[in-house]
Design a protein around this ligand. Structure first.
Ligand code: GLY
Ligand code: MN
Ligand code: MN
Length: 446
């Protein structure tokens, strides 16, 4: 029994009005608006057609056994998408038979643990205010409650996602026999997460803006004698200092022979004049990541050969971009880029088309994951965000070029979210000639 939207809105309005809207206390991205969280949960309840939904969060990793790094806890994407909460070991249950439609289960507070890791949200009025969920209970009750509800259902179909593998045992106990008929929640949520709402787009735009700034500062600062890791450090300084809380994936700074390794992230080599450098990076802002690649020459000037390969990659990217509109498929974009390379390679890649040296896909969905959830057979629709990223990699010449941009599908085509990051080779050269604004190394800038 799915509550209609009006009833649900009325039920939850009291909780929202009293909410300080601080689900992510102090986070640079701010909280996800409670009304959007509610809309997302309503869509999940509708998609589940009244069947109970049980969704677990992430958990804290153990300092001594699991080697957490940095500010390690990151909420599971699906849990954050539906609750905006960064609380570990929590459970969201939707489509409850009684008493309301949705409930949140939190671990009871533990002062001894909080001495080490700080205050943690526990069951109580503060949790209700922060989450916008009216029914917040202690997770001690989870097994009993869920078992009771399943017993009331004629056909105990459930959608489950334990959130973290360590939660599976607990979930198994709660679901008992119903587990055999449980449906996976992942594909349902993936379909919803493919269309970004206004708060998701706000986060993505800022992630892209920060990443764009980092690329350009890397161009200004880079020069022969600098190591790949120094470029990485500068990039990640820009990320963190602009409010990105982590990288969306390991930063790739690959020069010369490393430029042909697609996901190279050791970043140890020293840059030399004559090298090309592939920089594939993404700031994560408020759980949403950018994914932008540019390729630049260490000397500040492309050689004729490097420029020719670069121009072919850029034109292939334009060919794919020209196909982006509602109703198209990623397959069609891929064909357009490869067709362009086949028809315009000349003898650039020896006897073969340069398409033979483009070994990866043209695109993937982008969002909370860098390779975001979603079926690749899906036709494009307004609100979807994807990358367009052709490349040519010639190992015999230690010459790799990749250009990657982030695109929002609109009603009548697309918006290039990363349109402010230059792609033309002469624009890259011009920015490289500028003095670094943030960080200078010997022989470069002031
Ligand atoms: N940055 C990873 C990718 O482009 O797939
Ligand atoms: Mn990508
Ligand atoms: Mn990338």
């Amino acid at each position: 029994m799915i509550p209609d939207r009006a009833t649900l809105t009325a039920c939850l309005a009291v909780a929202f009005l009293s909410s300080p809207g601080s689900a992510q206390v102090g986070a640079p991205a701010g909280p996800v608006p409670a009304e959007l969280l509610q809309e997302r949960r309503v869509r999940v309840m509708e998609a589940a057609a009244g069947a109970p939904v049980v969704l677990g969060s992430s958990r804290l990793r153990d300092l001594e056994r699991e080697y957490p790094q940095d500010s390690d806890f990151r909420q599971s994407n699906d849990f954050f998408y539906l609750t905006g909460l960064e609380t570990p070991d929590a459970w969201l249950v939707l489509n409850l038979p009684t008493p309301g439609s949705e409930g949140l289960y939190l671990e009871p507070r533990d002062p001894a643990q909080e001495l080490w890791t700080g205050e943690k949200l526990g069951p109580g009025s503060e949790a209700r205010a922060r989450s916008g969920l009216a029914d917040v209970r202690s997770s001690d009750r989870l097994v009993t409650d869920v078992t009771g509800w399943l017993g009331q259902l004629e056909a105990p179909a459930v959608y489950i996602d334990p959130g973290d593998p360590a939660h599976v045992d607990r979930l198994g106990e709660a679901l008992g026999e119903a587990r055999g008929t449980a449906r996976q929640l992942g594909p349902t949520l993936a379909e919803l997460r493919m269309i970004k709402d206004r708060d998701e787009l706000r986060r993505l735009r800022e992630a892209v803006r920060i990443t764009t700034e980092a690329h350009q500062e890397a161009w200004r600062a880079a020069g022969a004698g600098m190591h790949e890791y120094e470029v990485e450090a500068l990039i990640e300084y820009v990320f963190r200092s602009r409010g990105a809380e982590r990288v969306g994936f390991p930063s790739i700074v690959g020069s010369a022979e490393n430029s042909v390794t697609l996901h190279y992230d050791k970043n140890r080599r020293m840059l030399q004049d004559g090298d090309l450098v592939v920089v594939d990076i993404g700031a994560e802002f408020g759980y949403y990541t950018a994914d932008l690649t540019r390729t630049f020459p260490v000397s500040g000037q492309f050689t004729d050969r490097q420029r020719a390969v670069y121009e072919l990659v850029l034109s292939a990217q334009e060919a794919a971009l020209a196909e982006v509109r509602p109703g198209a498929t990623v397959g069609r974009l891929e064909q357009a880029a490869r067709r362009y390379m086949r028809e315009h390679s000349g003898d650039l890649c020896g006897g073969e088309s340069c398409a033979a040296y483009f070994p990866h896909g043209i695109s993937h969905w982008l969002g909370m994951d860098v390779h975001d959830v979603g079926n690749y057979g899906t036709t494009l629709a307004p609100g979807m965000v994807l990358t367009i990223e052709p490349g040519i990699y010639l190992p015999d010449e230690s010459l790799g070029v990749r250009i990657e941009d982030n695109v929002l599908v609109t009603e009548d085509g697309y918006e290039l979210l990363s349109g402010s990051l230059p792609r033309r080779p002469e624009e890259v050269e011009r920015i490289m000639s500028e003095a670094p604004r943030i960080w200078s190394v010997a022989g470069k800038g002031s």
